[in-house]
Design a protein around this ligand. Structure first.
Ligand SMILES: Cc1cc2nc3c(=O)[nH]c(=O)nc-3n(C[C@H](O)[C@H](O)[C@H](O)COP(=O)(O)OP(=O)(O)OC[C@H]3O[C@@H](n4cnc5c(N)ncnc54)[C@H](O)[C@@H]3O)c2cc1C
Length: 201
């Protein structure tokens, strides 16, 4: 069985910092980071893969950030943890032993099941999942109108509010403000915002 001093589950912001910081302070300890996805997206860059970046490939955290710090990296999903024997099991049936365990398993979007129509075709959430986002990107060319529901800082710079080329994007939130952006193929994100039309209160 593979055994490490420190096992970190999760390969995004929290997991990377936990693993590399551990290695920086305890260089003699063996640190293993496991994550279930092949490549990790830069979360705050996700909105831009729909416009100013050319897809997800330009928005990934390089593995060198982990391996260059002396942390071992494995792509696998942890399916169970046995704290007594200090062993995790992976979805491919392997066992990974640890002395210390860090859970950095993050978050996934909550689908609004209370919202009628949320299960209809072409209704999406925005996860930090490259495969899902690429699927959504692939479907965008066939769409002409895009509506974003919710408006925190992520949504307001988000795919549909900001850089969806050549499409009409609407951004909606619970308050009475409802904004419409009419984007053009040549305009950049900031210019689109300043040329917003139809904002009302
Ligand atoms: C569109 C968008 C824009 C954002 N913009 C910003 C921003 O501008 N600034 C900002 O500060 N924050 C931003 N955020 C928030 C930011 O994404 C989160 O704060 C950050 O990703 C949290 O990092 P995390 O490592 O805790 O979790 P996550 O990023 O959710 O990572 C969890 C990791 O755990 C792995 N994992 C989970 N379960 C398992 C398992 N069983 N086995 C193996 N691996 C597992 C996942 O594969 C993933 O690698 C944004 C988020 C989104 C969605």
């Amino acid at each position: 069985m593979d055994r490490h001093d420190v096992l970190v589950i999760g390969g995004s912001a929290a997991g990377i910092v936990a693993a590399t910081t551990t290695k920086a302070f305890y260089p003699d300890k063996s640190v293993l980071l496991v994550r279930k996805e092949h490549s990790v997206m830069v979360p705050c860059g996700i909105p831009y893969v729909f416009g100013t970046l050319e897809g997800c490939g330009q928005n990934q955290i390089p593995d060198a950030a982990v391996t260059g710090a002396g942390v071992e990296l494995q792509e696998t999903e942890i399916t169970s943890i046995d704290l007594e024997s200090k062993v995790c099991t992976t979805n491919d049936g392997r066992e990974l032993g640890f002395d210390k365990l860090v859970l950095a398993t993050g978050s996934t979007p909550k689908e609004p099941t209370w919202l009628p129509g949320a299960k209809l075709a072409n209704v999406y959430v925005i996860p930090k999942d490259r495969e899902y986002l690429e699927l959504l990107l692939g479907r965008l060319p066939g769409m002409t109108d895009v509506v974003v529901i919710g408006r925190d800082s992520s949504a307001s710079k988000s795919p549909m509010s900001c850089p969806v080329r050549g499409r009409t994007s609407r951004l909606s939130r619970r308050s009475r403000t409802f904004s419409v952006w009419r984007s053009t193929r040549s305009s950049r994100c900031g210019r689109r915002r300043s040329s917003a039309t139809g904002a009302s209160r």
